[in-house]
Ligand binder design. Structure first.
Ligand code: DQA
Length: 151
């Protein structure tokens, strides 16, 4: 089985982008961590990043089909700033019934108030916030447990 790792806008800049907030790990490092965590659970990580909302939505639809066919356990999603703006991503997750874990590297709740609301949270099975890039590992592990509990 596969686990989808979906990163949204500006997460391709990890490592150089506001390192005081997001740390020194690059997207490549994060994807390697996800791959290693997935492998330890007998899974394969399919890691994708896009700065384009529509592309993220197309990938959520594709993931919903793969989940329905039993090829995918769900998705770990850091939607970046689309977290705070995208009704369309909320609708996509709900629309295909995707098992999604929302991840934020930073603790969005101790930052600017515009980061306090998430359109994704009501559509998410679980949320991991504020653990730095290690949150992706926690999210993959938690998603695996939820998927096993559901089967
Ligand atoms: C983020 C938090 C968002 O508010 C921000 O727009 C990001 C990254 C995080 O991982 O902490 O791009 O999702």
């Amino acid at each position: 089985s596969t686990v989808l790792i979906l990163n949204g806008p500006n997460l391709n800049l990890l490592g150089t982008r506001e390192p005081g907030i997001y740390g020194a790990q690059t997207l490549k490092d994060v994807e390697a961590l996800c791959q290693e965590t997935a492998r330890g659970l007998g899974l394969t990580a399919d890691c994708r990043q896009s700065n384009h909302e529509g592309e993220l939505i197309d990938w959520i639809h594709e993931a919903g089909r793969a989940q329905a066919e039993g090829r995918l356990i769900g998705a770990v999603i850091n939607a970046g700033a689309y977290t705070h703006t995208s009704v369309a991503m909320h609708d996509a997750i709900k629309g295909v019934g995707l098992r999604a874990i929302e991840v934020h590297i930073s603790n969005v709740h101790n930052r600017e108030s515009f980061r306090h609301h998430s359109y994704l949270s009501p559509a998410a099975a679980g949320i991991v916030v504020g653990f730095g890039t290690d949150g992706y590992r926690l999210a993959v592990e938690g998603l695996d447990r939820l998927a096993k509990a559901a089967s």
